[in-house]
Design a protein around this ligand. Structure first.
Ligand code: SF4
Ligand code: FES
Length: 370
């Protein structure tokens, strides 16, 4: 074990609670809302089984309690059961985040035996035509079969549906489907505009009218399903007055490790103009405590006006660093979603465009299969 125990020597630093282990960016689907990086080829040299096992050990030593096994499609890693067994053996709660493509009965039983605690399946719509068009391949029926298998094997099931202009009008039927599948939880998460979703923003950003209608339906469903199914609704920050407290603050509670070993404070942080930090070169503790990518925006010292003197800075931490950089070129800028940002017009212009009478099925640029 190579874990660095310096975590104990730095009491001023927060302890991470969750690890997002992006095991591979390979994926059989081609969803246009995918937040994976645009330069997918850069990630072909994936960490080995032993590398991931070391990362999990170091994460547990740092205090991580939840291990989310994600991608891409994590089921494409043949060593997935071995990785689950390691994470579970370290006492972490293990969550598989999957498209469910490749979740055969044999594979599911292996994962159950390895100690997997929870499964989250992505579903694109309530019926095959829309779902398969958004996913880029015929996959709807196999997803439903996989959801039933998850319930049969006794796992808690979360169904994740990324909402956008092209499926949000179907939210009532989507909720009916998820109820039929007997999910414990549904996450209706409006698209976050990173990676491929950023490329497709015009075709994905819903109109105000669409959002209002959906919110009414979701609120009624939440009341109706109370006690049976948790309904989580993540609204699009483009329509908010204040930004989201992205990641609960920079390098505070979560960390991500990308398939090539890059350690990141959030899944989109590889875009920022800061030196890379890789688990191939340093321990997770060294990276968490000292890598510029993790320390640059921790706390409040980096803030500029208007955040620097704003009463809400402890609530939203100035918003999302990745979005600030993407839209303004300055990662320390106030997130332009905030109506107090001098660059807020960048958001209102996009929202104005989404509220023009555009068709709801504009052409999507699919994320390539790899
Ligand atoms: Fe949040 Fe900064 Fe806007 Fe204040 S100015 S509400 S801290 S983003
Ligand atoms: Fe990176 Fe928000 S996505 S800080």
């Amino acid at each position: 074990m190579t874990a660095d125990r310096t975590a104990d020597a730095a009491p001023q630093a927060p302890r991470p609670f969750g690890l997002l282990a992006e095991l591979t960016y390979r994926c059989p689907l081609a969803c246009a809302y995918c937040s994976n990086p645009i330069e997918l080829a850069r990630y072909d040299d994936e960490l080995s089984t032993a590398d991931w096992q070391r990362v999990f050990t170091e994460a547990a030593d740092l205090g991580v309690l939840q291990c989310h096994l994600s991608g891409g499609e994590p089921l494409l890693r043949r060593d997935l059961p071995e990785l689950v067994r390691t994470a579970a053996g370290l006492g972490m709660y293990t969550n598989l985040v999957t498209s469910a493509m490749g979740l055969s009965r044999r594979r599911a039983e292996e994962l159950r035996a390895a100690g997997l605690d929870h499964v989250q399946v992505s579903v694109q719509a309530d019926e095959p035509t829309t779902s398969d068009r958004i996913a880029g391949i015929p996959s709807f029926e196999r997803k439903l079969e996989a959801c039933r298998l998850v319930r049969e094997l006794g796992w808690p099931l979360t169904v994740n549906v990324v909402l956008h202009r092209q499926n949000i009008d179907r939210v009532a039927a989507i909720l009916d489907l998820v109820e039929d599948l007997q999910a414990d939880r549904v996450e209706l998460a409006n698209t976050q505009y990173y990676g491929w979703a950023w490329k497709n923003r015009t075709a994905l950003l819903p109109s105000h009218e669409q959002l209002d209608r959906a919110e009414e339906i979701v609120t009624a469903a939440r009341d109706r399903l109370a006690g049976r199914m948790e309904v989580v609704h993540v609204l699009p920050d483009y329509y908010s007055r204040y930004p989201k407290p992205c990641m609960g603050g920079w390098a505070q509670r979560q960390l991500t490790v990308a398939p090539d070993g890059d350690a990141l404070p959030c899944p989109a942080a590889q875009t920022l103009p800061l030196p890379r930090a890789s688990v191939r070169d340093a321990s997770l503790a060294e990276i968490w405590h000292s890598a510029p990518l993790f320390t640059a925006y921790r706390g409040e010292d980096w803030m500029q006006d208007p955040c620097r003197t704003c009463d809400r800075r402890e609530l939203d931490h100035g918003g999302c660093r990745c979005q600030a950089f993407q839209l303004t070129g300055d990662p320390a800028a106030t997130d332009p979603v905030c109506h107090l940002s001098p660059e807020h017009h960048l958001i209102t212009e996009a929202v104005d465009e989404a509220n023009r009478p555009l068709p709801v099925d504009l052409e999507l640029v699919p994320r390539p299969h790899r």
